[in-house]
Design a protein around this ligand. Structure first.
Ligand SMILES: [Zn+2]
Length: 224
């Protein structure tokens, strides 16, 4: 079940106070409409009933997809990050879950922690495409290294996986704006997945919950 609560929010435009519904847990299997609301950010958009101003409010919550066996904590502070780590560690010890799950096995679940809604979207797209986010992040790092080699001025603040019309690749952002993208050959992804077998095995034994570019850089640079 998804869990929500009501909080008071002061509209940044007209300064009036209104109720706003925030979710502590979003189960997209049981509440299938919620997935779209996460992707289009409706779940985080406050529309002021008075002045109609729309504001995005981010908060800590758990994204849970029972079908794909995915749990992703979206955290907005380091404190919440530590809590999410502890929560995942506890789930492992309890085996049967900790109440959030209503009983299903947590074994075989991919557990992740993300620090932005963009990162959460990216994870959802990756898992929907049936890919391994660890391989995708390593691929992303290789793409960035290659782009920098061919153009020393290349600089991206953010890079995200995309999947559209059967094509996959990465989109690059600078100062919040998309300025370019590269397509990825699925065969190259498969090759990389094979070459990264050691990294993946190591991660399987001691799973990391934060799988991002930083994690991938570390893996790549730790290699001979
Ligand atoms: Zn207002």
């Amino acid at each position: 079940m998804s869990q929500k609560q009501t909080t008071k929010i002061t509209c940044p435009k007209c300064s009036k106070e209104h109720d706003f519904q925030i979710w502590s847990s979003i189960n997209v299997t049981l509440d299938s409409d919620m997935k779209e609301e996460v992707l289009n950010r409706k779940a985080f958009t406050f529309e002021c009933p008075d002045c109609k101003e729309k504001t995005i409010y981010t908060y800590d919550f758990l994204y849970h997809d029972m079908e794909r066996k995915i749990m992703i904590y979206h955290v907005t502070s380091n404190e919440a990050l530590v809590q999410a780590m502890e929560s995942f560690a506890q789930m492992k010890n309890l085996e049967g879950g900790d109440g959030i799950l209503d009983g299903p096995e947590v074994e075989g679940y991919r557990k992740r922690i993300v620090r932005s809604l963009n990162e959460l979207r990216e994870k959802i797209f990756i898992f929907d495409a049936g890919l391994d986010d660890r391989v995708v992040e390593i691929f992303k790092v290789f793409c960035i290294i290659q782009l920098k080699q061919s153009d020393p001025d290349f600089q991206a603040d953010e890079a995200y996986f995309f999947s559209r019309d059967g094509e996959i690749g990465f989109q690059f952002l600078r100062e919040g704006k998309a300025f370019g993208e590269v397509a990825v050959d699925p065969a190259d992804y498969e090759d990389l997945a094979k070459n990264a077998a050691d990294i993946l095995m190591k991660d399987d034994q001691e799973p990391n919950f934060v799988i991002d570019t930083e994690w991938a850089y570390k893996c790549v640079t730790a290699e001979d």
